[in-house]
Design a protein around this ligand. Structure first.
Ligand code: FEO
Length: 401
């Protein structure tokens, strides 16, 4: 049965939720599910903004039929061709063969790469600055390359002052009845998942996100309709301000994230001793075992905190496997503007500290402070070194306060 949500008098949410998906994009856990938003504009012409993932496409097709209430679908605007938003295009075309696909040149190529679309299907190729008038509504197309793929465009409805923002301003988490962010306590209950979504999906592309934010700042926006998560109609700065911070790689909190790997608990012990010393100094600290906590949570935390400590045994003459994977991922996500310290462990030759540091040397504006080297387990002399590292972190932390 259909499940439509009213956004405005003539704009309907016709998307779908998925709470069964184990891993979004095959790599990100989504314990609270994910929403795939699609929007139906009922003007003199009817317009669908994007589709949904193939796993939930039946719901979209039902919602669409109900929303159209006997009318046909005139346009399908495809803002992003990643299949979580485009996979239902084939079935939408089966149901509404006369629909015109509205996409830019790159999207047109991508959609043909992913799907077998009959040559008879109508395509309207648009470019930055083009306007599609559907009756009362004037839809302006704005390119947003690499937010999150190169073909991405967003659409500004100048009549309703609505920005259809594609993946931008989205979040992990299915919609549990509410559709507007102001219906829930977003900061308390949803900001963490919004950060995890942003940092992992588009964290690498801060400069491109900044460029979109700059374009958006020139528009009079009353509402933001993203492709995942809540619609924003009030307090838009509650999502725009975190985006400004995340995309500029500025930390949100002055404190320490300790990520450690440990085979027999000795590297963990060193990390825990450091955490205790930091708390005694009044410094907020969070800790993760990188072999247990999904990397996406740790990447999100690394974007949040100002100081990062990585602790790893030396393993096969390198960095411990789960720590190496995490650091590679973090470097790929362009982490920058952080103060970083290391704890290494090695029973014969300890090299993990040096190797971890070398990886972060590729990142911009990293302030390296202190490194502690443990031989198998923490002994009295190493307690002194850990205390000294805590003191060094404190001095840096005070400068940020
Ligand atoms: Fe939600 Fe980049 O797709």
């Amino acid at each position: 049965m259909y499940n439509i949500k009213k956004i405005t008098e003539n704009l309907l949410w016709v998307g779908a939720n998925d709470r069964r998906l184990a891993m979004f994009e095959g790599v990100y856990s989504v314990p609270d599910g994910v929403s795939y938003n699609a929007y139906l504009l009922l003007d003199e012409k009817t317009v669908l903004f994007d589709t949904v993932d193939k796993a939930v496409q039946e719901r979209l097709l039902e919602n669409l039929e109900e929303g159209l209430n006997g009318r046909t679908l005139d346009y399908l605007i495809m803002q992003h061709i990643e299949p979580d938003h485009s996979a239902a295009v084939i079935n939408v075309l089966r149901q509404y063969p006369d629909v015109t696909l509205v996409l830019n040149e790159k999207s047109s190529a991508f959609v043909s790469q992913f799907f077998n679309i009959d040559e008879s299907v109508k395509r309207l190729i648009v470019k930055e600055g083009d306007i599609l008038t559907t009756g009362k509504h004037h839809l302006h197309f704005v390119n947003a390359p690499m937010v999150h793929w190169p073909e991405v465009m967003v659409t500004y409805d100048a009549t309703s002052k609505i920005l259809f923002s594609a993946d931008g301003f989205g979040s992990f988490g299915a919609l549990n009845g509410a559709i507007f962010a102001d219906e829930v306590d977003f900061a308390r209950d949803y900001l963490d998942e919004a950060r995890r979504y942003y940092t992992n999906i588009v964290g690498k592309y801060g400069a491109q996100v900044q460029s979109l934010l700059k374009k958006a700042s020139g528009l009079d926006i009353a509402m933001i309709c993203p492709l995942h998560g809540f619609v924003w109609r009030k307090n838009l700065n509650e999502i725009i301000n975190p985006y400004l911070k995340w995309s500029s790689y500025e930390p949100e909190e002055n404190g320490v994230m300790i990520a450690y790997a440990s085979v027999y608990g000795n590297t963990e012990n060193a990390a825990e001793i450091l955490a205790s010393r930091l708390w005694e100094k009044g410094i907020k600290t969070v800790m993760f075992d990188v072999s247990v906590t999904p990397a996406s949570d740790i990447i999100s935390a690394a974007f949040k905190w100002s100081h990062l400590v990585f602790a790893s045994p030396t393993y096969n003459a390198g960095i411990f496997v789960t720590m190496e994977a995490l650091i590679n991922d973090l470097v790929s996500h362009n982490i920058q503007n952080r103060t970083i310290a290391f704890i290494e462990n090695g029973s014969w030759v300890a090299t993990s500290g040096k190797q971890m540091r070398e990886k972060f040397e590729k990142c911009k504006n990293i302030n390296f402070i202190g490194e502690v080297s443990i031989k198998s387990s923490v002994k009295a002399d190493k307690l002194e070194e850990i205390n000294a590292l805590a003191h060094e972190i404190e001095e840096s932390w005070q400068k940020h306060a």
